[in-house]
Design a protein around this ligand. Structure first.
Ligand code: M7G
Length: 340
């Protein structure tokens, strides 16, 4: 389902004057991504997985059945390029269970005791998918993002934001090219679930790349706003209430219509700090404990709306908690400033 009607071109023509200047600056920035990854068009060729040489395991989780690898691909002239490859076993799909039981390749007894027994079940290849996420070429920052790290909490005041965080993110943040590719329909256009094309108060809702869309247990979508002048929760004021209300209402409606999951079963929230400083909102299944849905990072959109309605400058007044990984340069900046 894609609603809203007006084309992207019409949306661009009707661009919110407030965002136009910012967009032009951002486009200039995007032409030279800060972290050095030029990726305007998605590469058509599949990633050469068989040629990946694994350098180290960045993180693994028995609970999530996932492993995060730092690997390198060697090009024809011998140069090595870093990649992050995430391998993740996918949840069961109920409707595929009869096929799995019928078509299993082998069932090997592991142990039997009285009425209890355990087995190794080997499913047919089409039912043993491993979700694979690739970041290639990966920057140092990507390697750091996925490396298992101790996390520290920092209380960031508005002054800290202006003096420490803002200058830091202006010089260091991840490239937003993937976001612009979605907004401009240069990538993932066929995956759009809903669009409100208004340049000020509109957004695009797409499946998050953490979700393979095969089952609803780990449903995960992301709403990316069209305007390009809102970096994060910190920039939000009462002016953004119509935009945020649209995201909550239309996003919930679109998910209910497409996936049959009602708003009461969705967790709709923003991250602070986010990894990508272009305002976006996470939609996850309520029963799914997505990484980043814990109290120190997730801000429910419904609460954000109420806070802004009570005080337009709420997020420029209060301190916000940030969870920063031990080797994150921003944490070092807080330490240098004597704020830790
Ligand atoms: P975040 O709060 O900035 O950071 O969320 P996090 O990644 O630390 O949670 C960005 C969200 O965008 C995450 O949920 C990512 O999984 C998702 N995401 C990132 N990339 C690069 C893409 C992409 O290329 N396509 C889609 N659909 N989602 C992405």
């Amino acid at each position: 389902m894609r609603s809203g009607g007006a084309s992207a071109a019409a949306a661009a023509m009707a661009e919110c004057p407030r965002t136009k200047r910012k967009r032009e600056e951002d486009e200039a920035d995007a032409a030279e991504p800060r972290d050095g990854v030029a990726s305007a068009a998605p590469a058509a060729a599949a990633f050469p997985l068989a040629e990946l040489s694994v350098r180290r395991v960045l993180r693994e989780s028995a609970r999530d059945k996932a492993i995060f690898l730092h690997g390198q691909v060697t090009g024809p002239s011998g140069e090595s390029t870093d990649a992050v490859v995430i391998l993740e076993k996918t949840p069961f799909q109920e409707e595929k269970i009869p096929e799995l039981l019928r078509k299993h390749a082998r069932l090997e007894l592991q142990m039997r005791n009285d009425i209890y027994s355990t087995y190794h079940l080997y499913p047919p290849p089409e039912l043993s998918e491993i979700k694979t996420t690739v970041v290639y070429p990966a920057t140092e920052k990507h390697l750091r993002k996925y490396l298992r790290q101790e996390v520290h909490l920092v209380r960031e005041t508005w002054e800290d934001y202006k003096n420490i965080t803002l200058p830091f993110i202006q010089s260091q943040s991840f490239s937003l090219q993937w976001v612009y590719n979605i907004l401009e329909k240069k990538a993932e256009a066929d995956r759009i679930i809903h669009e409100n094309p208004d340049p000020c108060d509109g957004f695009v809702l797409v499946p998050d790349f953490k979700w393979n869309q095969s089952q609803l247990d780990d449903l995960y979508l992301i709403a990316l706003v069209h305007r390009r002048d809102v970096k994060s929760l910190r920039d939000l004021t009462g002016e953004h209430l119509p935009l945020l209300r649209n995201i909550l209402r239309e996003g919930q409606e679109a998910v209910a219509e497409r996936f049959g999951v009602p708003g009461s079963r969705l967790r709709v929230y923003l991250h602070y700090q986010p990894s990508y400083y272009h305002l976006h909102v996470h939609f996850t299944a309520l029963g799914y404990e997505a990484a980043g849905s814990a109290a120190e990072r997730a801000h429910l959109l419904a609460d954000v709306l109420d806070n802004l309605a009570l005080d337009s400058r709420y997020y420029q007044r209060r301190a916000l908690t940030c969870a920063l990984r031990a080797d994150e340069p921003l944490l070092a900046k807080f330490r240098e400033a004597g704020r830790l």
